[in-house]
Design a protein around this ligand. Structure first.
Ligand code: NAD
Length: 486
């Protein structure tokens, strides 16, 4: 069944005025059109922003408990419809259905968590120096918040931004990434049923260069939360700085996993591959470099390559699918070209890196690629390919491994496999990463713990859990003094 997505502006479903809609093909079988979506004009995006501004006063004056009730309802409806939504995700972006189900379930947990925030403390009381004044701080919403999201976690990321924005009293204009427009529509249909007042939550679809750009530069938008590439993140930040509004960016990674000489090698190989290859390496926290201590390099490489060869490319709708297609034609071409350049520049391709034939010919599949002899300073050692491509790098010892791990502009996630407490402690102290895993894979985050990167992976605020209050609110400090002595 083909989905005809619409935008949600001021409590109404809007088909889109400008030109014909864009279509979305199924990345695992491009002969199937999954649906179509409108490309929002600047006028439509502006109308959504104006609707959010008009709804703001009423929404922020509601009691936290009333906003909480609506978020709880949204969580329950999402929970009831989780299978349908997961199937849209799998068809539209090629995420294996098991992972898509997990992501939707995470969305339910996030909504419940933030529903709870409506009933928690919003400030602190301080002792005033005169002993009489009531001196306290209160958290207030930013106003209209622009939410610009990527395609790779099309349910969890929008929810982990919108749920805190809404519970703290902001109104929202959300723009999903184009390759996930149909999922955006399906999620918005669920959220609509929760009963948000008209204009409190709006969704526009279409191009980043129009709808996205309009959100980041519009004078009525008082805060922008963005997840996506570094290139676009910089533009969003510049537009926000120009207007002096708060912004938050979560961006790319080139995440390292270190395998120390004493590691449990089979476990390290399994989890490194899982982080590198699941969802075809299209996670910001995916492992793309594995740095191995020299003494176990050949044993680890052999094990890893053997396991990589046994991974089967599969239809994302299959319950046990591990490695599906990449998201679209341009990503498919970009990744294959990057693999080719890496071979030409001297890295050794040990397995994969090709488009398969047979019954997968009609999809954007790439066989999982593992390289060794990777120069840490090469494109393969430095750039985010966002595909099923892993580079093995050799290191003399742990010190050199950590130096290599840190020698990239990114700092999102980093992992080490070792049984040695001294190595663990040294790694934690030295790794330039916002998310650190010991004997675990770089990918995967808990919904209630702070999430974000260091260096160029982030604008250094944090998302999820209690951390979200820092971005989505401003602090007012209030002093109430008696007018006369009693
Ligand atoms: P992208 O930067 O191409 O797009 C992200 C969003 O920005 C989309 O909604 C897009 O339409 C919009 N956009 C594009 N141009 C714009 C402009 N000029 N002004 C405003 N908005 C604009 O990223 P993507 O391809 O959707 O996602 C992949 C990237 O996201 C990868 O780099 C990945 O590492 C990163 N990512 C980071 C995290 C994290 O939390 N750190 C999580 C997921 C993905």
């Amino acid at each position: 069944m083909s989905i005809e997505a619409r935008q949600y502006i001021n409590g109404a479903w809007v088909a889109g005025k400008s030109g014909s809609p864009a279509t979305r093909e199924n990345p695992s079988n491009t002969t199937e059109i999954v649906g179509s979506y409108p490309l929002s004009s600047v006028e439509e995006t502006s109308a959504a922003i104006e609707a959010a501004q008009a709804a703001l006063a009423g929404w922020k004056s509601l009691a936290g408990a009333a906003r909480s009730e609506i978020l709880h309802r949204a969580a329950n409806i999402l929970d009831e419809q989780k299978e349908e939504l997961a199937r849209v995700v799998a068809r539209e972006i090629g995420k294996p259905i098991g992972e898509a189900r997990g992501e939707v379930k995470r969305g339910v947990v996030l909504l419940r968590y933030y529903a709870g925030e409506g009933l928690r403390a919003m400030g602190e009381v301080y002792p005033a120096s005169d002993g009489k004044t009531l001196l306290y701080s209160n958290r207030v919403p930013l106003g209209v918040v622009g939410v610009i999201t990527p395609w790779n976690f099309p349910v969890a990321i929008p929810i982990w931004k919108m749920a805190p924005a809404l519970i703290f009293g902001n109104s929202v204009v959300w723009k999903p990434a184009e390759p996930a427009s149909l999922t955006g529509f399906a999620l918005m249909q669920i959220l609509e049923k929760a009963g948000f007042p008209k204009g409190v939550i709006n969704m526009v679809l279409g191009r980043g260069s129009e709808a996205g750009q309009c959100i980041s530069s519009h004078p009525l938008v008082h805060g922008i939360t963005f997840t996506g590439s570094n290139e676009v993140g910089r533009k969003v930040a510049l537009a926000a700085v120009e207007r002096g509004v708060k912004f938050q960016l979560e961006m790319g990674g080139k995440n390292p996993t270190i395998v120390a000489a004493d590691a449990d090698l089979p476990k390290a190989a399994d989890l490194t591959l899982s982080a590198a290859m699941r969802f075809a390496g299209q996670k910001c926290t995916a492992t793309s470099r594995v740095i191995v201590e020299e003494s176990v390099l050949s044993a680890f490489t052999e094990m890893l390559v053997e396991k990589a060869k046994s991974l089967k490319l599969c239809d994302p709708m299959a319950d046990d699918c591990y490695l599906g297609p990449v998201v679209n034609r341009s990503q498919h071409a970009n990744i294959l070209a990057a693999v080719d350049r890496s071979v030409k520049s001297g890295a050794w391709l040990l397995t994969g890196g090709k488009k398969p034939g047979g019954n997968l010919e009609n999809g954007y599949f790439i066989e999982p690629a593992v390289f060794n002899h990777v120069d840490p300073q090469s494109e393969l050692g430095q750039k985010e390919f966002f595909g099923p491509v892993l580079g093995i790098i050799s290191a003399r010892d742990l010190k050199q491994a950590i130096a290599i791990a840190n020698e990239v502009p990114f700092g999102l996630s980093a992992a080490i496999f070792t049984r040695d407490v001294s190595k663990i402690l040294h790694f934690i102290k030295s790794a330039d990463a916002g998310m650190i895993k010991i004997n675990g894979e770089t990918a995967g985050v808990e919904p209630h713990a702070p999430f974000g990167g260091l260096k160029q992976s982030s604008s250094h605020s944090r998302e999820q859990g209690r951390a979200a209050i820092e971005f989505f609110t401003s602090i007012q400090t209030i002093a109430i003094s008696p007018s006369n002595e009693i």
